[in-house]
Design a binder for this molecule. Structure first.
Ligand SMILES: [Zn+2]
Ligand SMILES: [Zn+2]
Length: 149
């Protein structure tokens, strides 16, 4: 994943302010992940901003990282419990919840993934590309990543 140098800098922080994040979106869009893990983690779909590896944190001592699968970790603030990121480890790609940032500019929801795991009790009204979990895993495998399923 290439780092974008032209995207505006995004500023975010957890509820208590112990952890701050400075990052740039590497894709000009939001992605919603409807998978069971993201919904258990955050209560609803995860609306992520992919930011690659060019990420700066303050308050690192308050960040707890949890290996949620063989290829991903999720971070949260150990003081207030705010979810901070999903990191796809093989690519060192951080994805942050859109709500963590003060302002995400004109980033809009353009892709929804793991739609096969989406429950019937909610839906987004935006027009977005919808992909199943199998499609997403196939795309990642095509990009050279391997998964122990
Ligand atoms: Zn906090
Ligand atoms: Zn997910």
């Amino acid at each position: 994943m290439s780092e974008s140098s032209t995207a505006p800098s995004l500023q975010g922080h957890c509820l208590c302010g112990a952890v701050t994040v400075t990052a740039r979106a590497v894709r000009g869009q939001l992605e919603a992940c409807h998978c069971r893990m993201c919904r258990r983690w955050g209560g609803l779909a995860f609306l992520g901003v992919q930011c690659g590896s060019g990420v700066t944190f303050t308050g690192k001592e308050f960040i707890t990282r949890y290996a949620s699968s063989g290829w991903a970790e999720r971070g949260f603030c150990s003081r207030c419990g705010s979810n901070l990121f999903y990191r796809f480890v093989p690519a060192d790609n951080y994805s942050f919840p859109a709500g963590l940032f003060d302002d995400i500019g004109d980033l809009a929801l353009e892709e929804e993934i793991f739609v096969d795991e989406q429950p019937a009790y909610y839906a987004f009204s935006q027009e977005a590309v919808r992909k199943s979990g199998a499609e997403i895993i196939a795309e990642a495998e095509q990009a050279g990543f391997t998964f122990d399923k």
